[in-house]
Design a protein around this ligand. Structure first.
Ligand SMILES: CC(C)(COP(=O)(O)OP(=O)(O)OC[C@H]1O[C@@H](n2cnc3c(N)ncnc32)[C@H](O)[C@@H]1OP(=O)(O)O)[C@@H](O)C(=O)NCCC(=O)NCCS
Length: 170
């Protein structure tokens, strides 16, 4: 089981027992405003996908665990962007933990792991332009705006970061 730590978080692979915690997140209309809330069945399908993705590619979506409480408070990590071969950074955090810098912390650790251990060459991220918190995280981790685009049937801003431009000390 691959696992990494940051000062406040443990990032680990998802396990089948995470269904209820993930559903609490994915059924919250405020949290899922830009992603659409998911039913229990849809959450189960997403969880299966997260678990399988790690087995297939050796990278994927981390379960984000708050070290102080040992609670699963979100997800952060990588997947394939829509119907492309590009690797996308994505994240969702429990709203009670927003604006504490936790997603930025998890995303920086994800990039470090992905560039240094997995040796990925490039990671992209997209966000609805009105999703200010998400755009802000993308910018804070050092990704560069490249274009406006359309993915998942949504107009988005599209950012990218190549391994040679990655600055691990930020
Ligand atoms: C996007 C999300 C994961 C960010 O998580 P987070 O842990 O709060 O992120 P951080 O605390 O690391 O950073 C958030 C930044 O956005 C800023 N921010 C948040 N809301 C803001 C607003 N309304 N106006 C201006 N800035 C805002 C914060 O101030 C912070 O920036 P700063 O550090 O420069 O002050 C969280 O908001 C979330 O789960 N949203 C719902 C799911 C989602 O939309 N995921 C992304 C899909 S593309």
């Amino acid at each position: 089981m691959v696992e990494i730590e940051t000062s406040r978080l443990r990032l680990r692979q998802f396990i089948p027992d995470d269904l209820d915690d993930l559903f609490r997140l994915y059924s919250d209309v405020e949290v899922m405003k830009y992603l659409l809330p998911r039913s229990k069945e849809q959450t189960q399908a997403s969880l299966n996908k997260h678990i399988q993705h790690w087995q297939e590619y050796n990278f994927g979506m981390w379960a984000v665990v708050h070290k102080d409480s040992d609670k699963l408070i979100g997800r952060c990590g990588l997947g394939f962007l829509d119907n492309t071969p590009e690797v996308e950074l994505g994240y969702v955090l429990d709203k009670f933990y927003w604006n504490m810098g936790l997603t930025t912390e998890a995303a920086i650790a994800t990039l470090k792991y992905s560039f240094e251990k997995v040796k990925l060459n490039r990671i992209v991220a997209i966000a609805h332009p009105q999703n200010i918190a998400s755009v802000r995280v993308i910018q804070k981790v050092g990704m560069k705006y490249e274009k406006n685009a359309r993915f998942y049937n949504v107009d988005v801003v599209y950012y990218g970061l190549n391994r040679e431009d990655w600055q691990p000390d930020q």
